[in-house]
Design a protein around this ligand. Structure first.
Ligand code: NDP
Ligand code: 8X3
Length: 251
């Protein structure tokens, strides 16, 4: 029987690449994000290329009621979920603590932390009912190191690290694996979002070296999700060859 993966933030970057990777291996995909047009386009592409089933759910992970309703009401034949990837997230701005916008802070915390918690709470009843499943949270090198002008983004990713550890402990009795993947700089729409549409600033982030690509992270997640039943990768920090940590990148 085909397996099913639910991916948040599948309209772009890592999430889209993860959907493509798993679909190519015959997994059915529940893809989510706010941009319904992109979800529809990806759904058509995945099902026609790979002959798998796709369910699209458009919601904002910050909206607790929308998350609970949308995931709580998925059709019965979609309720056996093998893997949840909590990927939806963003950075907004790179400003020193005293200058940063409270609105940006709210959006980052509400999306990266509370959104991940809402989605997990909504999906967990299905995994607990099966007494198996795998939650994969996307953290960041910013979950382990705090860099200049990274304040709230780093804090939100440190929270993802802590929540991953907490979930691994609390979900142990239900035989649910919890993995945190912490990527370094990766060339997606991340910087375009962070710099609020400033293409030049976004491109500068990836100039002079070969950054991680979304497919690199999708490959690693596919590996982590396909290990034997008794094996769980707890967490992984992954950077491109040119990056040693949050502070040192060879350009
Ligand atoms: P992208 O901007 O390419 O993709 C982000 C995805 O998150 C989009 O699909 C977007 O969908 C979704 N998303 C953002 N906000 C919301 C929301 N409120 N509700 C629902 N979905 C939302 O960036 P990446 O693929 O790079 O980012 C994915 C994850 O990886 C994030 O958590 C990011 O913090 C993390 N990360 C990124 C790194 C990088 O350098 N690129 C490195 C380390 C971690 P939509 O806009 O349609 O809602
Ligand atoms: C994204 C990588 O270095 O911008 O999480 O924090 S970084």
């Amino acid at each position: 029987m085909s397996k099913t993966i639910l991916i948040t933030g599948a309209t772009s970057g890592f999430g889209k690449a993860i959907a493509e990777k798993f679909a190519a291996a015959g997994w059915n995909c529940i893809i989510t994000g706010r941009r319904a047009d992109r979800l529809t386009e990806l759904s058509t592409q995945l099902s026609s290329r790979h002959g798998i089933k796709v369910l699209t759910l458009a919601f904002d992970v910050q909206d607790r009621n929308a998350v609970t309703e949308s995931i709580g009401n998925i059709p019965a034949d979609w309720q056996q979920i093998d893997v949840l990837v909590n990927n939806a997230g963003l950075a907004l701005g790179r400003d020193s603590f005293e200058k940063a916008s409270l609105d940006d802070w709210d959006t980052m915390i509400n999306t990266n932390v509370k959104g991940l918690m809402y989605v997990s709470k909504a999906v967990l009843p299905y995994l607990i009912n099966q007494q198996k499943g795998h939650v994969i949270n996307i953290g960041s090198t910013a979950a382990r190191e705090v860099y200049k002008e990274g304040n709230a983004y780093c804090a939100s990713k440190h929270a993802v690290d802590a929540l991953s550890k907490a979930m691994r402990i609390d979900l142990l009795p239900h035989h649910i694996k919890v993995t945190a993947i912490h990527p370094g700089a990766a060339e997606t729409e991340f910087s375009l979002v962070r710099f609020k549409g400033d293409q030049q600033k976004a491109e500068q982030v990836y100039e002079g070296y070969k950054a991680l690509q979304a497919e690199d992270i999708a490959d690693i997640i596919f590996y982590a999700a396909n290990l034997p039943e008794h094996v769980c990768i707890n967490d992984l920090v992954v950077t491109c060859l040119a990056q040693a940590n949050s502070y040192y990148t060879l350009k």
